[in-house]
Unconditional design. Structure first.
Length: 214
């Protein structure tokens, strides 16, 4: 993986924590957004750990470039800033994880491992803000996007937004996990999103899922 942070001590500390974990290796470090992109394009790590506020375009621009130019690398944002505009901009830019720097080291390690396996992990405060934002109606519904989905795909999206794994969705719908996996892949393609995190955002944006609904 690579680590990008404009504070050398912080960057080195995070790298040391991750390097000490079995199966994890930091192969590159960067002090700014442009260097972070160059590092990823050269080294092609499985995961890029990214700060947001940095010189050279910053972490948001770097995340967008990495997800577009190096889709095999999954970006996890680690920052001291939990302002809504950063949270949602990072997720829309393609980040699959968002953690605050006051998170326990074990949680950072978990986020990296989850991202490397193709999953996503959000800090609880991020999940809460995601729900709160749509609960207040700050984002207008874009229900037209749902017309791209079949009824079964819409059902699958609803369960994805609730946080259910493929096996759990399969049990709910009475189909196989492999079939659920196929449905999820089609849903992501039709909605034009990269992963389950962005699919969850889409479920809220379209009005398919409302905070507190089951």
């Amino acid at each position: 993986m690579t680590v990008a942070d404009d504070q050398a001590v912080v960057r080195a500390g995070i790298a040391a924590i991750l390097d000490a974990e079995p199966g994890l290796s930091v192969i590159g470090q960067a002090p700014d957004g442009e260097s972070a992109v160059a590092c990823v394009l050269e080294l092609r790590p499985d995961v890029a750990l990214m700060d947001i506020r940095m010189p050279g375009g910053g972490g948001l621009a770097a995340t967008a470039r990495i997800t577009a130019e190096a889709p095999g690398t999954r970006v996890v944002v680690l920052t001291t800033f939990d302002l809504d505009e950063y949270v949602f901009a990072a997720l829309r830019a393609g980040a699959v994880g968002f953690l605050l720097k006051d998170a326990e080291p074990e949680r950072v390690v978990d986020a990296v491992r989850v991202a490397a396996r193709g999953g996503a992990l959000l800090d609880p405060v991020v999940t809460r803000r995601l729900v709160e934002r749509y609960a207040t109606g700050d984002v207008p519904a874009d229900a037209a996007r749902l017309r791209r989905l079949t009824p079964r795909e819409t059902e699958v999206l609803r369960y994805v937004a609730r946080g259910l794994a493929n096996a759990e969705i399969a049990a709910e719908l009475g189909i196989s996990p492999a079939t659920v996996k196929d449905h999820v892949a089609v849903v992501l393609t039709k909605l034009g999103v990269r992963d389950r995190v962005q699919a969850t955002i889409a479920a809220y944006e379209t009005g398919l899922v409302r905070p507190g609904a089951r």
